[in-house]
Design a binder for this molecule. Sequence first.
Ligand code: 8GT
Ligand code: MG
Length: 315
Amino acid sequence: MPERTRAVHVAAAVLRDVRGRILLARRTAGRDLAGLWEFPGGKVEPGETPAQALVREIEEELGIRVLAAEPLIAVPQAYPDKRIVLDVFEVTAWEGQPRGRERQALAWSPLEQLASYPMPPADRPVVAALTAGDRYLITPPDSERAGFLSRLDRALLAGVRRVQLRVPGMPVAALRTLATDAAIHCRARGAELLLNGEPELAAELGIGVHLKASQLMAASARPLPAGLTVAASCHDAAELAQAERLGLDFVVLGPVRATASHPAAKPLGWDGFSRLRETVSLPIYALGGMKAADVALARRHGAQGVAGIGGVWPR
Ligand SMILES: Nc1nc2c([nH]c(=O)n2[C@@H]2O[C@H](COP(=O)(O)OP(=O)(O)OP(=O)(O)O)[C@@H](O)[C@H]2O)c(=O)[nH]1
Ligand SMILES: [Mg+2]
């Protein structure tokens, strides 16, 4: 595939019924990716904005009129024969009753069953945006224990659903105690805790693990059983490919911007982030100079959201 093939821009809709279920449509025979389930929508035509294409496609495919929609996530994805940007909107108001006007099957899926529908690769980050947290908090290296747990509680109250406990150099006994306490606080708020770099201790405690890039590249299989989250730090296409091959749940990719903590690393920028994002279908958090206020910007480049130490914690 030529490096600079222009991406096909696709507008697609998340429609929710009164029970919060999400509408999926099945791609009909004879088209690419036939039989897979997708978010209804289609290609943006010349002269149209993505929002206009959304309204037209949803009318054509479902016979309803979109009245209001907000951007959710735009996923750049490379397929063997083309590149697309899957630009997904949350439709917040519409008129009419959806029906398959192109003989496509429709299904209303509860959020927790979305991931069980076979979908195209570009849809995995969309499902993750609908079901997983938009911020991935990484603990500061000097986490002092008492102060740390109350700070963690504040973050959980602010809606954080994923936390990585990273305390370089802490002796394993102290780390076990801190991780146990942090896991209890996270669980109480429906959040998950991942332990940086210590798969054995994570398995013992029944929590997830976050692998360093070197551990990722040395691994030949997921270090934890299914049901426990495995994530990793990635910086390039080779690390992303390895994470996808091992079936990891998500990764962080960066640095997107220059950071004081890693002054030597060359920043990817958002364009660099997008070009790497499209090579895999893993959910990815953007790392490096991120603030909580950058979530929407990150999602416009196909990230689930932002990961970070300083800027992402509530003050
Ligand atoms: N609508 C839609 N398209 C998706 C999704 N995921 C995904 O990879 N795509 C890809 O986006 C591209 C455009 O979708 P489409 O075939 O619906 O385009 P369209 O409605 O304009 O139809 P047409 O070209 O058959 O007339 C296809 O290559 C499709 O495989 C998704 O969730 N929804
Ligand atoms: Mg379509």
